[in-house]
Design a protein. Structure first.
Ligand code: AMP
Ligand code: MG
Length: 409
């Protein structure tokens, strides 16, 4: 059987998925979610002219001659804390005490900070002085944040497809956006299969091992923004697999691991083929050569290889892009960097994903393999902070060669 390239397999898989329905969620739940619509500013920012300092609002022309030896005294006619509108139109020759963020009174064209006056009392409740001495001239517009200087009404601020970060949430709050448009979370039914697998928390009996993939794949799905429908561990019988898949009815994707090497695979194959279709692919990659893809009752099904590293890499290569597509993400699924090898590398000509540790030295990024690259050796994945991607056809690379790497955040 000829091997399918990674990119062809991914293309075929992606064709079965669409962007999910839009909904809105409250702003405080939106970090990490993918925005489903462009956000245009519904207002200018700042919303109004305001002071960037605690000080005195005045007319700059009144204090052009001010100096420490030649202070200029002005009557204080208003007190404007943040959150309160000025009550007075400032006249030439007048000053108003003003706090950071408070609206500038009409008539004022500069703010002199308290440090440059004889009134340096910022204690809460400090009484308003009758007059203030100004020790320094102020430029026109000094310490004033003018309406609309950061953002103008109608300006495009955030874009559909971007994943929201803390600063984006702050921006949405500034704009008063309480309900954030996103696509709903993909529901992914997650299945581990194998007679040898024991759920964590139960004692191991002879010949058994703990189920690893439910936890790694579950964590990867959650980090990617999915809702998980846990199907648990199914034994290698048609009945067990049938029973597990029954709970997957509302899923957008069924993700299973193992049972794709011949033998036990037949059970999954039989069960799915009775109510859908399943392809068994051999991918030109390492690890993770066996991959199943198909549909179970119209729900897309991806079956990753069972070894813990194969399942992990298979997720990164095939599942993460699927999730990004369902979420409407316009961002690349992986952060791609380049790094120099600190040792020669052998490959077998398949597209290879090698566990490596990236570090910086003298302004250069280097990549060091983290040890044994067997597909069951999760420890070298634990020690890795990146996957090196050795392209197909490449059989060896010398020390110093530059390679592409995906960061494992
Ligand atoms: P299989 O494809 O079922 O032959 O599985 C390949 C290898 O991966 C076997 O050594 C399994 O024991 C191992 N394996 C499969 N699923 C898991 C899992 N969920 N956790 C840990 N190891 C697994
Ligand atoms: Mg098995």
């Amino acid at each position: 059987m000829s091997l399918l390239s990674v990119s062809d397999a991914l293309k075929r898989i992606l064709a079965s998925f669409q962007i999910l329905e839009k909904t809105t969620i409250f702003l405080d739940k939106s970090v990490g979610r993918v925005l489903a619509e462009d956000i245009l500013a519904g207002t200018d920012l700042p919303l109004f002219d305001n002071s960037s300092m605690d000080g005195f609002a005045l007319c700059a022309a009144d204090v052009t001659q001010a100096g420490s030896a030649t202070p200029i005294s002005l009557p204080v006619v208003d007190d404007i804390p943040a959150g309160k509108m000025p009550t007075h139109h400032l006249q030439v020759g007048e000053a108003a005490r003003i706090m950071t963020g408070a609206p500038l009174p009409p008539g004022a064209d500069a703010v002199v900070p308290v440090e440059e006056t004889d009134f340096n009392n910022r204690a809460p409740g400090a009484a308003l002085p009758e007059s203030v001495q100004i020790f320094k001239a102020a430029n026109l517009g000094a310490n004033i944040r003018k309406r609309g200087t950061d953002i103008q009404h109608g300006e495009s601020i955030l874009h559909a497809g971007q994943r929201l970060r803390a600063q984006d949430l702050g921006m949405l709050a500034m704009l008063g956006v309480a309900d954030v448009p996103v696509c709903r979370k993909p529901r992914v039914a997650l299945l581990s299969s194998g007679d040898e697998l024991t759920p964590i928390g139960q004692p191991l009996t002879e010949g058994k091992i703990y189920d690893v993939n439910s936890y790694t794949l579950g964590a990867l799905l959650e980090a990617a923004g999915c809702e998980i429908i846990p199907l648990g561990v199914a034994a290698d019988t048609p009945e067990a697999i049938k029973a597990a898949l029954y709970s997957a009815k509302d899923a957008d994707l069924i993700l299973s691991s193992a049972g794709v090497s011949m033998g036990s695979f037949d059970f999954i194959k039989d069960v799915i083929e009775k109510e859908g279709k399943l392809n068994f692919w051999r991918i030109n990659m390492r690890p993770g050569k066996p991959l199943t893809f198909g549909h179970y009752q119209n729900i897309p099904f991806i079956g990753l290889a069972g070894n813990p590293v194969s399942a992990f890499v298979g997720f990164m290569v095939f599942v993460r892009p699927v999730v990004e597509k369902m979420l409407g993400s316009s961002q690349q699924a992986q952060i791609v960097v380049r790094a120099r090898l600190t040792e020669p590398i052998q490959s077998d000509g398949r597209e290879s994903y090698l566990r490596a540790y990236l570090y910086h030295e003298n302004g250069q990024r280097y990549a060091k393999l983290t040890g044994h690259q067997g597909s069951g050796n999760l420890f070298s994945m634990v020690q890795a902070n990146a996957l090196l991607i050795i392209p197909p056809e490449v059989k060896s690379l010398p020390t110093g060669a530059e390679v592409t790497a995906w960061l494992l955040e």
